[in-house]
Design a protein around this ligand. Structure first.
Ligand code: HT7
Ligand code: ZN
Length: 877
C-alpha cells in the first residue's frame, strides 16, 4: 500500500466552484448524477492538463464535458481508485457531468452511502465521498453544494441533506423529490444525505442576535421518547458557544439524525449531523448517568465543529488535530462547565494517561500532526484527539483565558471560509498576544510523552525554595532524538499545617500558584519568601501531558490527599499512594508472599470517607482505586494476574476494614431518584454504587441480597447496571437469572443489549472466555453492527486484561479470528480491534510470541485491508 507524506503536499490542480448532485435512491442501485463546475487552480504549478478524480466501488455510466460532449473510452482512464480525464479546459471554467451507480446494501464498510435498518445514510469523513461519486476528495477543495434527492415516498418519506430545503414535489409512481442548498462552501467530507422512515422531534433556539433556529432530531419511531436530553444538550451547547467563544450558529436549521450502524461516535456534516444512536438516545431507565454526560459532550463536540472544523477546515488530513484537538478542548470545557470541572478534568486525564500514554509509548506513536499515513482512518487516534486537546489547553494556560479568546477571535476572523493548518492556528494565537510560540510548535511535530523530574532544595537562610525541573522525552518510531519543549507546569505550595503558602518567583507578584515555563532540558526556578520548607504541588490541573517522575514518600502523598486545594492533584495524590501500595503487592504476589495491605492506605481512605464532601462524584473518584489499565502503564513487564489480584487484595482490605462507613454511605444514599439528573442525584448514585462495588468484595450473603434488591427495584439504568455488574463480577447465585431477566426486559432496546454484552465480556470470573464464545452465537450478536462488535469483542479484548491475556493465547487467537472476519466486512472497525495486540512488547516472552504470531498471521492473510495492514505491520516493526 502507498504511504502519503505531509512533505508532499501540493495545492490542488483544479478547483470546484459548484456541485450539483442528483440522487435517485434505491437500496441496491442508487443513481448519482454529479454536475461539477470547475476550473484550473491559478495557484497550481503543474503543467499536466489531465484531471484526476478519486472514486472507489463506482459503476461509471457516463461522463459529459460542458453539457454536450459525451466522453468516450479513449478520453478517460478508469483505475480501481480514480477516473483520469486526459484533457480538460485550462483557460476557463468547465462543467463536468458524471453519472454513476452505487450499491448501498452491499456497503458493510459503512463509508460512503449505506443502509442501516432500512434507512440510507452517508459517512464521508475522511475519504468516503469518493465512494459516492468521482470527486476531488480532499478537504482543501471547498465548494457550494446543491443536492436533489428522488425516492419512493413510502420507503423514504424523509429526504435530508445539508443546508436549507429549497424545493420539493411529487412525481408519478409514488415518488417524490427534495432539493437542498447549502449556502456555505464546504469540503466534500462534510456532505451528508439521509433518507428513510424517520420521525422528528422539533424545537428551536433563539440566537444572541435574535434569530430563531429550528432544531430537529430524526430517529426511528420507537425512539421518539429518548430525544429530550439530546435536544436540551444541543441548546446548551449553542448558548455556551455564544457565551464563551462569541460564536453564533449560521444556518436557520440544525438537524441531527440517529443511526444504528455507525463506525464512530458522530459526524459534524454541515447542518445535518449524523450520530451513532448511542450518543443521542437516552431515557432514565435505558441510559446511565455516564451515557447522559457523554451524549451532552458529543452533541456539544459536533455542534462546536460548526466553527472549528466546518467554517474553518483542515488544509489536508495531516492537520486533523487542528479541528479535533481544538474541538475536544471545547467540548471538555463545555462539559466541565455543565457538570463538575474537577470530575471532568480527572476523567479526561485518566483516559489520557491510560490509553493515550500507551499509544505514545508504543510502536504506533505519532505526533498530533502526523507526517505520514497509509490509511487516514487509522489516524483518528487518542493522540490526535486527546493529546491534541491538551496542546490547545496548554495554550490556554500560557496565554490565560482572555489571551486565548483574543487568539481564537483572530483565528476565526482571519480564516473563516478557508482550509488551513495547525501552524495558522498557532500564528493567530501568537499574533493576538504578541507572543513567541516558536518552541511551543514542537508539540505538533514531536511524538512521545515527556518525563519531568523534579528536585527541590530549601534554603532556610535565604527563605527560598529552588525547584529544578528537567525534561526528557524517550525516542519514538522515526524520532530517535527529541528537542526540548515549552512545558507549562502549574505549581503551588502548601505549608506543613496544611495551609496554602504563597508562591513568588523572583521579581514576580505573590500568587496562590505559578505557571513555571520549562523550556530547557534542565531549569531551576526559585520561589522566595518562604519561612518554612513547604510541600510542593506540581503539575496542578495536569497542566501538561507529561509523566511526573517524583518518588514521594507515602506520608507526603497522604498529606496532599488531605490538603491540596487543587482538586486534580489531591485526587492524583491518592492515586499515586494506591499505585505504590499495589505495586508492592504485585511483587509480593509474584514472590508468592502474603498480600498485606499497608495500613497507611486504609487510613488515608478512612479520612476521605470521613470528610464532608459536597461534590459526591468527586468523592467517588477519590474512593476509586487506579484501574488495572493504569497499573499496566506503571509496570515494565506487564503481569495481568499480579495486577488483578494485588488490586483486588487492596479493594477487599478496604471493604473489610472500612465496612461500617461504606455500609452507612450506601444506605444513606440508597433512595430512588430516577429521572433526576442534577449533580446532586448523579453524585448520590455514584458514591452509593462505589460503596456497593467495595462491599461486594466481602462475598457476604447480605451484600448479594443488597445487589439483587437494587437490581430488581432499580428504575434507572445507572442503578440497575451497577447492580448487575456487581452480580456478574462476583460469585452470585442469581447471576444467570439476572442476566436472563435483563435480556428479556430490554431485548427491544439495542443500546441496553450492548451493555448486556459488555457486562458479560468484562467479568473477571472464570468461564468468561467460554461465555464470550457462546455470545458470538447469540441471535442478538451481529458482526455487521459496530456497536455490537465493540460491546462484545472490543470489551473483551480492551477491558478484560485478565482473560484476554490468558497464558494459553486463546484470547489472542480469538481476537485475530474476529479481525480477519471483520476485515472484509468493515476494515475500519477491524483495524480498531487490532489495537489490543499492538502492545505485545509490554508482556512476558511467552505472551509476546503468541501475540506476535497472531499479528504475523494477520498481515500475511491475502486481501488484508490497508487499514488493518497498517496497524499490524507498524506494530511489528
Ligand atoms: N469528525 C468525525 C470523525 C468521524 C469519522 C472518521 C473516520 C471514519 C468515520 C467517522 N465518523 C466520524 C467525528 C468527530 O470527531 O466529531
Ligand atoms: Zn470531532
Amino acid at each position: 500500500p502507498r504511504t502519503v507524506y505531509l512533505k508532499d503536499y501540493t495545492v490542488p490542480d483544479y478547483l470546484i466552484q459548484h456541485v450539483d448532485l442528483n440522487f435517485t435512491l434505491d437500496e441496491e442501485n442508487t443513481r448519482v448524477v454529479s454536475r461539477l463546475t470547475m476550473c484550473r487552480n491559478p495557484a497550481s504549478r503543474s503543467s499536466d492538463t489531465s484531471l484526476t478524480l478519486a472514486g472507489e466501488n463506482l459503476q461509471l455510466i457516463r461522463v459529459v464535458l460542458n453539457e454536450d460532449n459525451e466522453l468516450g473510452d479513449k478520453d478517460y482512464l478508469q483505475t480501481p481508485d480514480s477516473l483520469i480525464i486526459h484533457d480538460v479546459p485550462q483557460q476557463r471554467s468547465f462543467v463536468l457531468t458524471i453519472e454513476n451507480g452505487i450499491d448501498p446494501k452491499a456497503n458493510t464498510a459503512l463509508e460512503g452511502l449505506y443502509l442501516s435498518n432500512g434507512m440510507l445514510c452517508t459517512q464521508c469523513e475522511a475519504e468516503g465521498f469518493r465512494k459516492i461519486t468521482y470527486f476531488l476528495d480532499r478537504p482543501d477543495v471547498m465548494a457550494d453544494f446543491t443536492t436533489t434527492i428522488t425516492a419512493d415516498r413510502d420507503r423514504f418519506p424523509v429526504l435530508l441533506s445539508n443546508g436549507n430545503k429549497v424545493g420539493h414535489g411529487n412525481l408519478p409512481d409514488n415518488r417524490h423529490w427534495v432539493t437542498w442548498k447549502d449556502p456555505f462552501k464546504k469540503p466534500c467530507y462534510l456532505f451528508a444525505l439521509v433518507a428513510g422512515q424517520l420521525e422528528c422531534v422539533e424545537d428551536y433556539f433563539t440566537t444572541v442576535s435574535g434569530r430563531d433556529i429550528t432544531l430537529q432530531i430524526f430517529v426511528e419511531k420507537h425512539d421518539l421518547d429518548k430525544c429530550g436530553h439530546a435536544m436540551q444538550s444541543l441548546k446548551n451547547a449553542m448558548a455556551w458557544d455564544e457565551q464563551v467563544y462569541g460564536r453564533e450558529y449560521d444556518l436557520d436549521l440544525y438537524m441531527i439524525v440517529a443511526v444504528s450502524h455507525f463506525n464512530m461516535g458522530a459526524m459534524e456534516n454541515k447542518g445535518l449531523n449524523v450520530f451513532n444512536t448511542k450518543f443521542v438516545l437516552a431515557r432514565p431507565d435505558t441510559a446511565t448517568d455516564a451515557d447522559y454526560e457523554h451524549i451532552e459532550g458529543v452533541i456539544g463536540h459536533e455542534y462546536f465543529h460548526n466553527w472549528t472544523g466546518n467554517r474553518i477546515t483542515c488544509r489536508d488530513w495531516f492537520q486533523l488535530s487542528l479541528k479535533e484537538g481544538f474541538t475536544v478542548f471545547r467540548d471538555q470545557e463545555f462539559t466541565g462547565d455543565r457538570t463538575s470541572k474537577a470530575v471532568k478534568r480527572i476523567e479526561d486525564v485518566n483516559m489520557l494517561r491510560t490509553r493515550q500514554f500507551a499509544e505514545d509509548a508504543g510502536p504506533l506513536a505519532h505526533p498530533i500532526r502526523p507526517d505520514a499515513y497509509i490509511e487516514i482512518n487509522n489516524f483518528y487516534t487518542l493522540t490526535v484527539y486527546e493529546k491534541g486537546a491538551e496542546i490547545v489547553r496548554m495554550l490556554h494556560t500560557l496565554l490565560g483565558a482572555d489571551g486565548f479568546r483574543k487568539g481564537s477571535d483572530l483565528y476565526f476572523e482571519r480564516h473563516d471560509g478557508q482550509a488551513v493548518t495547525c501552524d495558522d492556528f498557532v500564528s493567530a494565537m501568537e499574533a493576538a498576544n504578541g507572543a513567541d510560540l516558536s518552541q511551543f510548535r514542537r508539540w505538533y511535530a514531536q511524538a512521545g510523552t515527556p518525563v519531568i523530574n523534579v528536585a527541590q532544595h530549601y534554603d532556610a537562610a535565604q527563605k527560598t525554595l529552588s525547584l529544578t525541573l528537567s525534561q526528557y522525552c524517550p525516542p519514538t518510531p522515526g524520532q530517535p532524538a527529541k528537542e526540548p519543549l515549552l512545558i507549562p507546569i502549574t505549581t503551588g505550595l502548601i505549608n506543613k499545617d496544611g495551609s496554602p503558602a504563597l508562591c513568588r518567583l523572583q521579581d514576580g507578584e505573590a500568587a496562590e500558584q505559578v505557571v513555571l515555563q520549562l523550556t530547557q532540558p534542565e531549569q531551576t526556578f526559585v520561589l522566595a519568601d518562604l519561612n518554612e520548607e513547604p510541600i510542593v504541588s506540581v503539575l496542578r490541573g495536569f497542566s501538561a501531558p507529561v509523566k511526573l517522575a517524583m518518588n514521594r514518600p507515602l506520608d507526603e502523598l497522604a498529606f496532599l490527599l488531605s490538603h491540596d486545594p487543587d482538586t486534580f492533584n489531591r485526587w492524583d495524590a491518592g492515586q499515586q499512594l494506591a499505585v505504590q501500595v499495589i505495586s508492592g503487592l504485585i511483587v509480593d504476589y509474584q514472590d508468592g508472599s502474603e498480600l498485606a495491605v499497608n495500613p497507611l492506605l486504609i487510613d488515608a481512605y478512612k479520612k476521605v470517607l470521613a470528610h464532608p464532601w459536597e461534590d459526591l462524584s468527586y468523592f467517588s473518584l477519590l474512593m476509586t482505586l487506579p484501574s488495572e489499565l493504569y497499573l499496566t502503564e506503571q509496570m515494565r513487564v506487564v503481569d495481568v494476574e499480579a495486577i488483578h489480584y494485588a488490586r483486588e487484595a487492596v479493594a477487599k482490605a478496604l471493604a473489610e476494614q472500612l465496612r461500617e462507613p461504606l455500609e452507612a454511605l450506601y444506605l444513606k444514599h440508597h433512595r430512588d431518584e430516577s429521572g433526576q439528573f442534577d449533580a446532586g442525584a448523579i453524585g448520590r448514585r455514584r458514591i452509593k454504587n462505589t460503596c456497593l462495588a467495595y462491599l461486594a468484595r466481602l462475598d457476604a450473603d447480605w451484600v448479594q441480597h443488597w445487589a439483587l434488591q437494587q437490581f430488581n427495584s432499580a428504575k434507572n439504568m445507572t442503578d440497575q447496571l451497577a447492580a448487575l455488574t456487581v452480580i456478574v463480577n462476583h460469585p452470585h447465585p442469581a447471576s444467570q437469572q439476572c442476566l436472563d431477566s435483563f435480556y428479556e426486559q430490554w431485548r427491544h432496546e439495542a443500546l441496553v443489549i450492548d451493555k448486556w454484552f459488555t457486562t458479560q465480556a468484562s467479568s473477571p470470573l472464570p468461564g468468561t472466555f467460554e461465555k464470550v464464545l457462546d455470545l458470538l452465537d447469540h441471535p442478538a450478536f451481529d458482526i455487521k453492527n459496530p456497536n455490537r462488535v465493540r460491546s462484545l469483542i472490543g470489551a473483551f479484548s480492551q477491558s478484560n486484561p485478565l482473560h484476554f491475556h490468558a497464558a494459553s493465547g486463546q484470547g489472542y487467537q480469538f481476537l485475530a479470528d474476529r479481525i480477519l472476519e471483520l476485515n472484509s466486512l468493515n476494515p475500519q472497525v477491524a483495524s480498531r480491534m487490532v489495537g489490543a495486540l499492538t502492545s505485545w512488547r509490554r508482556y512476558d516472552e511467552k505472551r509476546q510470541g503468541l501475540m506476535k504470531a497472531q499479528l504475523e498471521r494477520i498481515i500475511s492473510t491475502p486481501a488484508i485491508s490497508k487499514d488493518v495492514y497498517e496497524v499490524a505491520v507498524k506494530s511489528l516493526a
